[in-house]
Design a protein around this ligand. Sequence first.
Ligand code: AZC
Length: 831
Amino acid sequence: MSTTTSKKLNVKTGMDTESIKADILSHLRYSLATDIETANKKEFYKSVVLSVMDRLHDSWLNTQKEYREKKTKKIYYISMEFLIGRLLDNALVNLNLEQEFRDACKDLGYDYEEIRDIENDAALGNGGLGRLAACFLDSMATLGLAGFGYGIKYDYGIFKQKIHDGYQIERPDDWLRFGTPWATTRPSVMYPVRFYGRSVPYTDEDGHLRFKWENTQHVYALANDIPMPGFRNGVVNNLRLWKATSPKSLDLTSFNQGEYINAVRDIELHENISRVLYPNDKIFVGQELRLKQEYFLVSSTLQDILREYKQQHDDLRDLPKYVAIQCNDTHPNLAVPDLMRILMDEEGFDWETSWDITVKTLSYTNHTVLPEALEKWPVSMLRNLLPRHLQIIYEINKRFINKVHEHFGDDVNRVRRMSIISEGEQPSVQMANLGIVGTHKVNGVAALHTDLIKKTIFRDFFEMYPERFTNKTNGITPRRWLKQCNKPLADLITSEIGDSWITHLSDLRKLDDKVNDKKFMKKYSDIKQQNKERLAAYVKENYGFELNTKAIFDIQIKRIHEYKRQLMLAIYAAAQYNYIKANPDAPVVPRTIIFAGKAAPGYAMAKMFIKLINSISDKINNDPDMEGKLQCFFLDNYSVTLAEQLIPAADVSEQISTAGMEASGTGNMKFALNGAVTIGTLDGANVEIKEEVGDENIIIFGLTVEGVEELRRSGYSSWEYYNADKALKQVIDQIRDGFFEPDHPSLFHTITNSLLDGNDYFLVLADYPAYAEAQKEVDALYSKPDEWFKVALYNTARVGKFSSDRTISDYATDIWGCEDQLNKGREYQGS
Ligand code: AZC
């Protein structure tokens, strides 16, 4: 904010309650044209945020200035998704102004919590991949890395999920209806993004054959910046989100009435590029608009990076020295041909030089081994939309295939597998192959996952380029996922061991000694109880349903997917119901099972799971025999904000994917940090969580990756498992025969068919007996509260490895070549 505006606004940006109050009042009057008497809550919220922004602006500008002056190497994290959630709490925690803003709100007649709850989640992501990007931004700023996020400012984030008669229905997420005070639009930062046209050869002055991309159509990408403050270190980095706008304002004189209307309609078409986030999690649907979005992001971001670069440096051959670009999954992998195109066609470099710069600057993260998730864009679509890029991709592929021949000799099958262009009925560009060939590092997101990609989907590439592959186990930011979402626990920890854990999460190990400290353990367990009650109050208020806070809170929250096996927990719930019905007098450890998660709108099976969970829940919750013993509940519209309420209240964390299918998981880390006990398979980062917390402090069951392979190889038959386990058979029969849906008895046949006739690809039946046993272990442990909370505390104390600060330090050192920047940002070392 310029000084003149500040003066008019009378903004003082002091850090005390009185100046904050004055600024809120000033914003009400001068930014929003209202006053404290007439303002509504939304307006009050807005002026609170504007007052927070005032306190970020100096650091925001100073940080950028410092990077420029010191020619700091810049890290660009390009991602189609940033699931950042709400920003107010996070900004205040990082600025250390929570209390002052609370007091200011109170003095002005508002309750801080109520104001905070006005904020819509910025839900610009589907799940793990998008939330990881958000945690990374927090860690980069906290570590003092010059790290910038680049994404799309979708008008509509992930859909809002409603449950109607047990079914998921989708509603648009109109999060920008009243604008967002966090984003600053920068009309000075706008780039044309070109599409269509053709590639035209010509000979340059030196007699070299060159290409021009001509006759293109274009839209503009307009920058919107959201500040990303580090934790109490004066660093404020930037998340730049592009909005699509029309190429030119209308020249009104040249239109007659009809043309005018059509021209305005064209604006709409251009702006559609940034309209909506595709809601598919791990399923590639080759829509042209999605391809346009991906190129829109890549093109605007590269233009911005190179403009910045040229302001500070002379020679583009030094690009990899001052710039690192991380592609979050294959979605931004068009950066490979686009950077090549810019360097050759616009900057005049030859192929070899351009290739060297490109490969050294870029790197790519893989987040899944599921084949249906891998992006394969039809050649025909690229030829139409990005003809010059397709031409470059063909050239990259030609040169690469030559190398494959050099390396492996004439191995046709290998060449076919490794080719960037897959031939066949519909030739397509395999974006993962392009990413491996065109970057210097490829990483997986947990140790097991990285091993798997080396052995399976990318095996040939690993044999050719072993040094390119590296593991970077995921992490979560302790600011949001402990300090902010579980304040009572954060305060207790700080009072015991100081607050260095906030930026050095491994310091939580100091809590290990507290397991025998009765007073401490009482406080620790009381906090869990309070958190459960807080959640129960929320559920009561919003759903009118009363959770039993004496029961084990057993929670599975994540996208709904067959491989994540929500079905297994649902079967367990039904089996418990049957057991209690059959044994009304037997003692049971009370349990409250909670689900939340969205299904991709086109994923019929996942949507059926939601219906089934709701049908089972209805049966259980309406049966008086279950009272005090068993509950089951599906919370709608899972979001970052809902996760922040659920995770601190969990006793049990369900991480039960088929081994080999969950690349890492990050919810597993959040739960463990907040003292929930994991019941899980040896999949993804569960393996490393087990190593950290110790075998006694995690409940592992089921097939391993090798076990899964072996079972499939030796001929799995789900029928055998069905027939062998009475309780399991009973539940499957009930699902099949309409017990949970008497008015529509065949409703769940798709589910039971896939388990039985379809031979249960995700091995739910194979793992179920071990799972049911593991749940007994949960019950037994929970019946001994002292032991239970010891286990829980060991989880809190020992998961320091999973701080995203550690993950980012690893990227900085092994991929981005900016380890010299680490620690600089760590001014704050605890008080
Ligand atoms: C997810 C993985 O499924 C999850 O295991 C991982 O923790 C997360 O990425 C972050 O790395 N993958 C996705 O969300 N999406 C895709 C396309 O992989």
